[in-house]
Design a protein around this ligand. Structure first.
Ligand code: AMP
Ligand code: MG
Length: 337
């Protein structure tokens, strides 16, 4: 199969719609990362997405809809605080997890009794979702475990020959995936941190908890995505806390016969440049670091065998999401479950 990259126009939106209604898969841009879109009502299309990504079949998908989509078509339980969150943050990088009603394919939620729904703000994503006017499941358009894609070229790297069409909506500005927030209980619970922080959610509805899975209990993990090694470049990584930056520099120096590079915030860059090492600069602000992370991890795998990573100094707010991705990218194994 030939994979085409096309700008978003009325013609390419029609082409995308035809593919989707035929049970096929189309890559689409969003403001966070590119997604691999398929019809959420179509069992075969949903199964195809798991297959083409190599995604574990217990890691559920998010249904994407346009901003005028009638949510009652796919959910019924909708607490007043969820409405407040939608008014405050949607369209935007916030996914809300509702009790499921069984309206979309059972393969979407992988046996969980919930359904995750997101309304992306990217104009290209909105145009596509309006055109098809059905919920579209769209996990990040990368092979499972690989770095998430923030450009059409990244999607092409992973899926050339495997999908017919990539809609090119430019570079994603957000850079990390949406915040996933459970709204099935009395107060919202963040299952995956992202650009909409717990503090921002609490400021709207008064309270917000963080979900910390208890792996010692036999209970079903609420967001299976948290279990997996993820977002990883195809080079070896060595992660250091910002307090251990000198040790990171020494470790970089001690590598022989392999290509070494560093990845860190602007503040630490000169430490690696001083020893003549290529250094990928994450940036200074938290939004800059979120926006650059995946692009730099993909660049890293092209220029080095070992990547020395120094965690940024700031750990809260948006950095919670950035650190969550960075630590998983550097993890060597899946968590047993
Ligand atoms: P991705 O689409 O690749 O960004 O991954 C989707 C994320 O949303 C994963 O971490 C999933 O575990 C999470 N997710 C999707 N559906 C649900 C759900 N029904 N309940 C909890 N988490 C979900
Ligand atoms: Mg993903």
């Amino acid at each position: 199969m030939q994979t085409k990259i096309k700008q978003i126009t009325p013609e390419t939106l029609s082409e995308a719609k035809t593919i989707i209604l035929d049970g096929g898969v189309v890559a689409i841009p969003t403001e966070t990362v590119y997604g691999l879109g398929g019809n959420a009502f179509d069992d075969e299309a949903v199964k195809r997405i798991f297959e083409v990504k190599g995604r574990p079949n217990d890691n559920p998908l998010i249904a994407h809809v346009h901003s005028d989509f009638d949510l009652k078509k796919i959910i019924d339980y909708d607490p007043p605080y969820a409405k407040k969150l939608r008014e405050a943050f949607l369209p935007g990088p916030l996914t809300l997890v509702y009790p499921s009603t069984g309206k979309v394919s059972p393969y979407v939620s992988c046996g969980l009794n919930t359904l995750a729904v997101r309304v992306p703000s990217h104009t290209g994503a909105q145009a596509f979702l309006r055109k098809v006017d059905i919920p579209i499941v769209a996990p990040s358009a990368n092979l499972s475990k690989h770095v998430s894609p923030t450009s059409a070229a990244h999607v092409f790297e992973d899926f050339n020959g495997k999908i017919p069409l990539i809609l090119d909506g430019g570079e994603c500005v957000g850079g990390i995936e949406s915040t996933v927030c459970d709204v099935t209980g009395e107060i919202p619970v963040v299952l995956r941190p992202g650009l909409i922080t717990r503090e921002m959610i609490a400021a709207i509805v008064g309270d917000c908890k963080e979900y910390i899975p208890d792996f010692t209990k036999k209970e079903k993990v609420k967001s299976p995505g948290v279990l997996y090694k993820h977002y990883s470049p195809r080079c070896q990584t060595k992660l250091f806390d910002c307090k251990d930056v000198e040790r990171a520099v020494q470790t970089a120096k001690a590598q022989n016969g392999v290509r070494v590079a560093a990845l860190c915030e602007t503040f630490f860059v000169s430490k690696f440049e001083k020893i003549g090492l290529p250094c990928l600069n994450l940036g200074e602000t938290e939004t800059e670091m979120a926006g650059n992370l995946y692009r730099l991890l993909r660049e890293a795998e092209k220029i080095c065998d070992i990547l020395i990573v120094v965690e940024p100094r700031k750990k809260d707010g948006v950095m919670e999401g950035v650190l969550n991705r960075l630590r998983k990218a550097c993890a060597s194994v899946d968590i047993e479950h």
